[in-house]
Design a protein around this ligand. Structure first.
Ligand code: ZN
Length: 442
């Protein structure tokens, strides 16, 4: 039997023995190194092999979930109480589970037994959606997560001897095995972190990782200083960047930018390759795009993004609604990797609804702001009601902004009689670490 077939059938990565304290502490480095090496091979596997691997992992995760009260009941709704799914169609009969379904459960209903729980780590979602969510990940999940970080870094140009620097409001466990953390909470933190970054760059090539909004704020410090950074590439996550923001970051850091799509509770779902393709990680999760009724959609069609995670036995997520929308992309990437390509539209909450009945993803609507990028420094859109859209704008200078022209363009683009109101601001304060550019009160 070929090694690749063996791995595909056995799913050897998910090894319970790793969850023992001693193994976790002393062997995690070689384990992550071997896992990362496998991942550098599987990204060229034929899709059918990846599909086989996913199928064996799905069987495992469903088996684990059946030990947990909530899932026992949930799986029985699709006739999977006593048996495992026998086909992909069978698997797709499992009802989609939302964050709200899990949140309303008592804690003990969605976690596996105490012995696994005490070897696990607690984390919570940031609540940028207005609903913080406590969840647990086990050690196997954390180790695998490190291996996927390696893939992300490698694609972004990280090589042995380079270092990873994470800029952020707070540090978090499970990000990567080896990295430097530099805080960015206050302007003083930013200043200090910038100087540390310059110093680190004197000895190492740096791959920088942060949220898009933090990177945008950090550009001010970089621009004001005469010192130069030695940044090889910048990986951003958390929010989508507009084209001109991407160009700004790339020119300020003098580095290539790489997008990375991750959810706090779902881990590393996709990352950008050297050729600009956003590839999913089929060895980490099974992703589906479904319509509003939960039916799978073909490649190219836009819908809800549903994830089944393979490596978290303590709190499995099966057919979990990520709250994001996107589509699989037709065709192959020039990088020759076989991992499927995807495009994201952002949170499903980020949808503008119009009185005429149609809707538009907020990200899509930002095209209008890009047209006026020379005069608009920052903006935020607030949907107060179905008939009223407030557009907060910070201008570089009021001289070269034609509000009538802007409103005319917006109305044409929205194809709607919705009432648009511009409110000029000196600055826009975003609540929390994550930049929320669209607020909807519908
Ligand atoms: Zn690619």
């Amino acid at each position: 039997m070929k090694m690749s077939d063996f791995i595909a059938k056995r799913g050897v990565w998910s090894n319970e023995i790793l969850t023992r304290e001693a193994f976790f502490r002393f062997f995690r480095r070689p384990i992550v190194a071997v896992d990362a090496l496998f991942l550098s091979q599987t990204e060229y596997w034929p899709l059918s092999n990846l599909r086989d691997l996913q199928w064996s992992r799905i069987q495992e995760v469903v088996t684990a979930a059946r030990q947990i009260p909530f899932w026992k009941e949930w799986l029985s709704r699709s006739d999977l109480k006593k048996r495992l799914p026998s086909s992909w169609t069978d698997f797709e009969l499992i009802p989609i589970v939302s964050k709200a379904d899990l949140k309303e459960q008592p804690v003990k209903n969605i976690f596996s037994g105490r012995d696994i729980l005490h070897r696990s780590f607690a984390d919570r979602t940031s609540g940028s959606t207005g609903e913080p969510f406590l969840f647990y990940v086990d050690r196997n999940y954390v180790l695998r997560s490190f291996s996927f970080c390696r893939r992300i870094f490698r694609w972004a140009g990280w090589r042995h001897g380079d270092i990873i620097v994470r800029l952020g409001g707070r540090d978090r466990r499970g990000f990567a095995l080896d990295y430097h953390y530099l805080p960015t909470d206050t302007p003083a933190d930013m200043e200090r972190s910038f100087n540390n970054l310059v110093r680190l760059g004197e000895s190492y090539n740096i791959v920088l990782f942060s949220l898009a909004s933090i990177l945008l704020r950090f550009t001010q410090v970089v621009k004001e200083s005469k010192k130069t950074l030695n940044v090889k590439s910048v990986i951003y996550s958390g929010e989508a960047l507009l084209d001109h923001e991407r160009a700004l970051l790339s020119s300020v850091f003098k580095a290539r930018l790489f997008n990375c799509y991750a959810g706090r509770e779902t881990g590393w779902l996709a990352q950008e390759c050297e050729m600009g393709g956003l590839h999913i990680n089929p060895e980490w999760a099974f992703l589906e795009i479904v319509d509003d009724k939960g039916k799978s959609l073909p490649i190219g069609r836009n819908g809800k993004l549903i994830a089944t995670l393979f490596d978290n036995k303590v709190m499995p997520l099966i057919r979990y609604d990520t709250g994001d929308r996107g589509r699989f992309v037709v065709g192959k990437c020039q990088c020759r990797r076989t991992l499927p390509l995807i495009e994201f539209d952002g949170r499903s909450a980020d949808i503008i609804y119009f009185p005429e009945g149609h809707s538009m993803s907020f990200i899509e609507s930002t095209y209008i702001f890009e047209r006026f990028a020379n005069s608009i420094a920052a903006f935020r859109v607030i949907q107060e009601s179905l008939k009223d859209l407030i557009i907060e704008i910070v201008l570089y200078s009021s001289d070269d902004f034609d509000a009538h022209d802007f409103l005319r363009h917006a109305a044409t683009y929205f194809r709607s009689e919705i009432h648009l109101e511009i409110r000029y601001r000196d600055r826009i304060d975003y609540a929390g670490e994550k930049r929320k550019v669209f607020l909807s009160y519908l």
